[in-house]
Design a binder for this molecule. Structure first.
Ligand code: F3S
Length: 755
């Protein structure tokens, strides 16, 4: 058993009292999202009402889940916290590094050979620190979490944007950066701006070709890729009740495509049934005992406009299957209009590949519905015109589907079963293509379809639909095919139609698995050695950053004055650098290489104050580091916007950047800089940005008096001997100043645990 029943008992113990208090404080009935938020406050019992979309609030999540790409740096950092176990139950899932090439077994073996050192590292760290480890091939993080860990009323964070998948089982699950995971595992609270709420009322009932996927494809069309930002989407209504738990998971999963903080459904019978079917009868029993707290209060949904910031209503009885794309998941087209659109827009009509499965759509229901279509290809003597792949979300689903003869149906249609991993969904796909320059179309039941996402080819038009529709389209090989109305010509030259898909929500014989791929951590991990290969270029154990020497920072040189937009991608690029996410020194070779130098408007070309020559940013900074010369980065507005990746703060710190002075920060990056011990300050007078010259040196003359709410003074020394004295502001509180003094937040935690 992978899950921890005591954790759930503990979570439910405090829930009723806290919800009662929150209800009193806000003076009205509560939505489900509010109940989960207020029952997970860091402060324990609620003491005040939080303003949605305004207040930053500290929470105590119940769990952490990490995928293998993001877990590397998160765990390297956690190891520095001085704890011998994570503060909350946590898991690692090896799913992102497996490339789809020829089929499950060979691809898996090749990934193990190629990524062995990363897997060994993750496995040994997990074993040592009490973290559940899911081996490569065990499945995709979100499916495994749904099958094993999610529970109604749970608050969890995961280092992957589709973590909200667990909302299908009534969890409030949020995708975060590695830094947040480190905080929670190290015992610190997790900060989130109290989200606004969108209510989606589902009426009617789905039938025929329409599935849960079409709900979220429709919602994405309404709200667009930005419409959910800063919001939790709460689904309710009779249509929600009649939907399977895994269908709910699909909807919540793809809430990431509208930018939502997370999405969730109320606890209901479908969830209880799913829990029982996945060997968690005791969790279902516990959930039943607090059922009223796992649903919004009575009245809320009678008058949703009163309780939600925005309300959408969708009648499932009228909902058509949708196909979204290409290049963006919010370009939603109902199937009845799709063929026309394909022709009008000139999208390549020949469909080259259909791909089903992934963390979004690989439930037993999805597979059986798709298999009922695949079956017809065989029985009606149709030959699939497109290539077709199936990615099971977990070994449990794969094993059960094989036992029940479902995978064999795909096989007969000519489908290839890929490893239980992300594969083509994250671009881990060695796609065979004759002409990469040619525009081409593929259709998937995944969630994202941005250019290059699946196969790295900008000419690929990727569309997203339900797995059953993808299967039908793959048989037709034609993007303009509408299975609801059109017929196909079979191998005997006869016109045949595909019947509506038929699915089974859950296996009648229950789920089964021989080797789930789960490895329980050691009870006492003190004797476990962490495995990092000597000379590895992918992994590097971290050494703690130096504590502040207590002196004013003087004679710091300007490394770069960044001009205009400088996102975390500009500071630490992704793409080929993903390989080095677990090796701080190697990945530091991309530091600020995307930032535009204000003096020559070029990227990765800055003047060295040692040689007077221009060089790449990391090279110049490494010279400063070698000579022990501190440096400063200057930036414009919203510096560090974009992803929450902590590398963008760790890399400059590792290379010796001591302070960042900007017009304004993106909030998460500012916090990340603070956590890593970099002095993050803003110009009091924005116009002072213009005073900074290429050969400047900086003295922070009153750093010794660093205190909350107190400006700092910086003397800028120009090459011609003149100086400017400016004021800079900061947002450090008492505790954050301790982070700076100790060298990093983790150094402080370590000190606390040591005492
Ligand atoms: Fe993996 Fe794609 Fe899901 S990358 S976690 S299968 S969204």
């Amino acid at each position: 058993m992978a899950f921890d029943l005591d954790l759930i008992k503990e979570a439910y113990k405090n829930m009723p009292g806290r919800i009662e208090k929150a209800r009193e404080i806000v003076g009205r009935p509560l939505t489900l999202a509010e109940k989960i938020l207020y029952s997970h406050l860091d402060e324990g019992d609620p003491t005040k009402e939080y303003k949605r979309g305004k207040d930053y609030v500290d929470f105590r999540p119940d769990r952490v889940a990490m995928q293998d790409a993001t877990a590397q740096m998160a765990l390297l950092q956690f190891m520095q916290s001085g704890r011998d176990k994570t503060a909350v139950p946590s898991t690692v899932h090896c799913d992102h590094l497996i490339q789809a090439r020829v089929g499950a077994d060979k691809d898996l073996q090749e990934a193990i050979n190629k990524n062995n050192e990363v897997y060994n590292f993750l496995e040994s760290v997990s074993n040592k620190y009490g973290i559940g480890f899911w081996k490569p091939g065990a499945g995709i993080i979100h499916q495994v979490v749904l099958e094993n860990y999610a529970f109604p009323g749970c608050m969890m964070i995961g280092t992957d944007s589709h973590t909200p998948n667990a909302g299908g089982l009534g969890s409030l699950a949020v995708g975060v950066g590695g830094a947040d995971a480190v905080d929670v595992m190290a015992g610190m609270p997790w900060e989130l701006k109290f989200p606004k709420l969108i209510g989606v009322k589902l009426t009617g009932e789905m039938s025929g070709w329409t599935s849960a996927k079409d709900v979220i494809l429709k919602v994405a069309g309404i709200l667009t890729v930005k419409g959910g930002t800063g919001h939790i989407v709460e689904y309710f209504g009779p249509g929600a009740e009649s939907m399977s738990c895994t269908g709910k998971g699909t909807i919540c999963n793809m809430g990431a495509e509208i930018g939502a903080t997370t999405s969730l459904f109320n606890y209901d019978t479908s969830m209880a049934t799913y829990l029982k079917n996945t060997d968690r009868e005791d969790v279902a029993e516990l959930a039943e005992s607090v059922r009223e707290h796992l649903r919004a209060d009575d009245n809320v949904y009678d008058n949703p406009e009163k309780y939600f910031d925005q309300v959408i209503e969708i009648n499932l009885s009228e909902l058509e299957p949708h196909i979204n794309g290409p290049f963006t998941p919010d370009l939603a087209t109902p199937i009845s209009e799709f063929a026309k659109k394909v022709k009008e827009e000139g999208w390549p009509q020949k469909l080259e590949v259909g791909l089903i499965g992934s963390c979004t759509n690989s439930s037993y229901e999805d597979l059986t519905r798709s298999a009922s279509i695949a079956d017809q290809a065989v029985s009606k003597n149709l030959k699939a015109k497109s290539e077709f792949t199936i990615t099971p979300g977990s070994e449990q689903v794969r094993f059960t589907a094989e036992r029940d003869g479902i995978l064999q149906k795909f096989d007969k249609m000519g489908g290839v079963v890929l490893a239980n991993a992300c594969g083509p969904c994250i671009g881990q796909w060695a796609r065979h293509t004759d002409d990469p320059e040619k525009k081409n179309s593929i259709i998937t039941s995944f969630n994202r379809n941005f250019a290059k996402r699946n196969d790295g080819n900008p000419n690929t038009h990727a569309f997203v639909a339900s797995p059953e529709l993808v299967t039908a389209m793959a048989i037709a090989g034609d993007l303009a095919f509408n299975p609801l109305t059109d017929s196909l010509t079979n191998e005997d030259g006869e016109e045949v139609k595909l019947d509506e898909p038929q699915g089974i929500q859950l296996p009648s014989d229950g789920f089964a698995v021989e080797d789930s791929g789960y490895q329980k951590p050691a009870k006492d991990g003190s004797g476990v050695d962490i495995k990092v290969k000597d000379g590895s270029d992918r992994l590097q154990l971290l050494t703690p950053f130096d504590a502040w020497d207590g002196e004013n920072l003087t004679d710091a040189v300007l490394l770069i004055k960044a001009y205009g937009k400088c996102t975390t991608d500009h500071i630490s690029m992704a793409g080929p650098w993903l390989r080095y996410r677990g090796h701080l020194d190697n990945i530091s070779n991309n530091t600020l290489t995307g930032a535009v130098n204000a003096y020559n408007k070029e990227t990765d070309k800055v003047k060295s104050q040692i040689t007077g020559e221009y060089g790449a940013v990391p090279d110049v900074q490494r010279e400063y580091k070698a000579k022990g010369i501190p440096s400063v980065v200057v930036g414009d507005h919203n510096y560090g916007e974009g992803s929450s990746r902590e590398h963008a703060a760790m890399q400059p710190r590792h290379l010796g950047v001591r302070a960042v002075i900007v017009k304004s920060f993106a909030r998460i990056h500012e916090t990340n800089l603070k956590k890593q011990g970099v002095l993050a300050v803003t110009f009091d007078n924005e116009a002072d940005y213009d005073k900074i010259q290429e050969d400047d040196r900086f003295d922070f003359v009153d750093l010794k008096d660093f205190a909350p709410d107190k400006q700092l003074t910086v003397e800028i020394k120009h090459k011609d001997g003149s100086t400017d004295t400016i004021k800079v502001n900061h947002t450090y509180n008492e505790n954050q100043i301790k982070w700076f003094k100790e060298g990093s937040a983790l150094n402080l935690i370590k000190k606390i645990y040591a005492n």
